[in-house]
Every structure is written in C-alpha cells, then in structure tokens.
Design a protein around this ligand. Structure first.
Ligand code: IPE
Ligand code: IPE
Ligand code: MG
Length: 242
C-alpha cells in the first residue's frame, strides 16, 4: 500500500489503452545491492503490484507484461526453478487481491512447456477472474514472438485457409493476442535497446519508451513519466502529420 501518494496531474495526459512492458533488470538491481538474483526477481514481482495499481489509477485498460521468454529457459536451472517458484506463489496468494481489484488475468505463450501444476494454477487464475473488466493483465509467460508466429502459421495451415483468404487481420486472429488491440506504448526498463522477441508482430507501430531504471525501481512516478512522454508523441502510422 502506498501512503501519501504524490499528487500527479493527469489532466491533459493522453492515456494509452494498452501498455506493454519488458520488465528487465531484476538481476542487475540485486547485484547492485550485493543480493542474489532471486531477491531481484522477488523485488520485481513486488513492484508489479504498484504498477498494476497505477494502471488502474491512470485508467489504462490493458497491461501486457513479459514475465518469462522462450529463451529464458537457457538460464541456469536454479534460476529458472526460482522464477517458477515465484510465479506459483503469486498465482496462489496474490490472485485474490487482483480479483478483488477487478483485474482479469490472461496468458499469452505456450503453457504446454511448463510444469502441469503451474499450468493448472494459470488456468485457475484465468477462470477465477474472467468476469472482471477493470484491467486486463495479459501475462506473457513462456512467450516468444517468433514461436507465436510459427504457432499461428501452423494453425492457419491446419485450418486449410487458402492464400487468398489470408490478410493481416486474419493472421492477427491466429496470434495469442487475438481480440486484443496492439500495444500503444511499449516500455523497456534497464537500459537495453532491444525487443528480445516480445510482441514482434503487435508492436509494429507501438511507441517505445526506454529507461535505464531497473524494473524493481520502476514505480508509479516512472510510469507517469512514460505517459508524459507518450502524450508528446506524434503517431503517424506512416501517414503525414496532421
Ligand atoms: C528480468 O530481469 C526478469 C526475467 C527475464 C525473468 P533479468 O533477470 O533479465 O535481469 P537482468 O537483465 O539480468 O538484470
Ligand atoms: C526479456 O529480458 C525477457 C523478460 C523480461 C521476461 P531478457 O533479460 O531475457 O532479455 P535479453 O536477454 O537481455 O535480451
Ligand atoms: Mg535481463
């Protein structure tokens, strides 16, 4: 709970409908404090609480978070196990608070690749919160943009679509994000300037906000700064400025 929240001026702010976040820098946050990487991941999850609260406060409708990529399996087994433990705990304990707040949880990625018990927890969270409409929290877990495109293409072929029936809109319906509008604002923390296989189709025209701040330190005030930056953007989508 954040007491005495600094008053932020929301007037005149353009609020993106869909914000996507590459929550990066947990490990370096911990290292800077001489803590184990797992402490950084724990701090990262705690911070997510504040960001979810802030999205609700700022009237953002959709928040997509990159929690675990298809490439993150290549990390040491102990770190992967630690991350899975954190996900399981969040799904067990925090899901009720999220539900009370009106958060609807959804998942993008391949659940087949994760432990059956964790699959069950994810599915239970989705089922529990499916009637909520305050904020859609879309969790990219065992997610990779390339894998998503291959997965979609396989399903298109399996459905026997003829080449003439395939256009961008139809393709989008085969992606994990079907029915969800593309992200307006894509935030990456920790000072990296890359997409790391996140929403490579959907972010074609997203506005990017890159900040050196490590994810556990990216709180309400930093999200507000990102919104201020977004407000100043001129989204042209290839056309001329109006
Ligand atoms: C992001 O933080 C969390 C996950 C990828 C799961 P990192 O673990 O990548 O932190 P850094 O990049 O090593 O600092
Ligand atoms: C991207 O961060 C994945 C998540 C935040 C879950 P990484 O730390 O895995 O990305 P790279 O390896 O720096 O590109
Ligand atoms: Mg990283």
């Amino acid at each position: 709970m954040v007491l005495n929240k600094e008053k932020l001026d929301l007037g005149g702010l353009k609020i993106p409908k869909h914000v996507a976040v590459i929550m990066d820098g947990n490990g370096r946050w911990a290292k800077k404090r001489m803590l184990p990487r797992q402490a950084g991941h724990r701090a990262g999850v705690e911070n997510l609480r504040e960001i979810i609260d802030s999205c609700i406060e700022f009237n953002i409708e959709i928040l997509t978070i990159y929690a675990f990529s298809t490439e993150n399996w290549t990390r040491p087994e102990s770190e992967v196990r630690g991350l899975m433990r954190i996900f399981a705990r969040v799904l067990d304990q925090e899901i009720y608070d999220l539900h009370d707040q009106g958060v609807r949880v959804s998942h993008i990625g391949d659940l087949n690749g994760v432990a059956p018990l964790l699959q069950e927890k994810v599915n239970r969270a989705i089922e529990l919160t499916k009637g909520n409409d305050r904020l859609l929290l879309n969790v990219a877990f065992n997610y990779g943009g390339r894998a998503e495109i291959v997965h979609a293409t396989r399903r298109i072929l399996a459905d026997g679509l003829s080449p003439d029936d395939l256009d961008e809109e139809t393709f989008g319906k085969y992606l994990f994000t079907a029915g969800v509008p593309d992200p307006d604002l894509l935030i990456r923390t920790s000072g990296e300037y890359r997409i790391s296989n996140f929403l490579i189709w959907q972010a074609a025209y997203s506005e990017y906000y890159l900040t050196p701040v490590y994810w556990p330190d990216f709180g309400r005030a930093e999200l507000y700064e990102a919104l201020v930056s977004y407000t100043g953007r001129d989204r042209r989508f290839g056309a001329l400025a109006t």
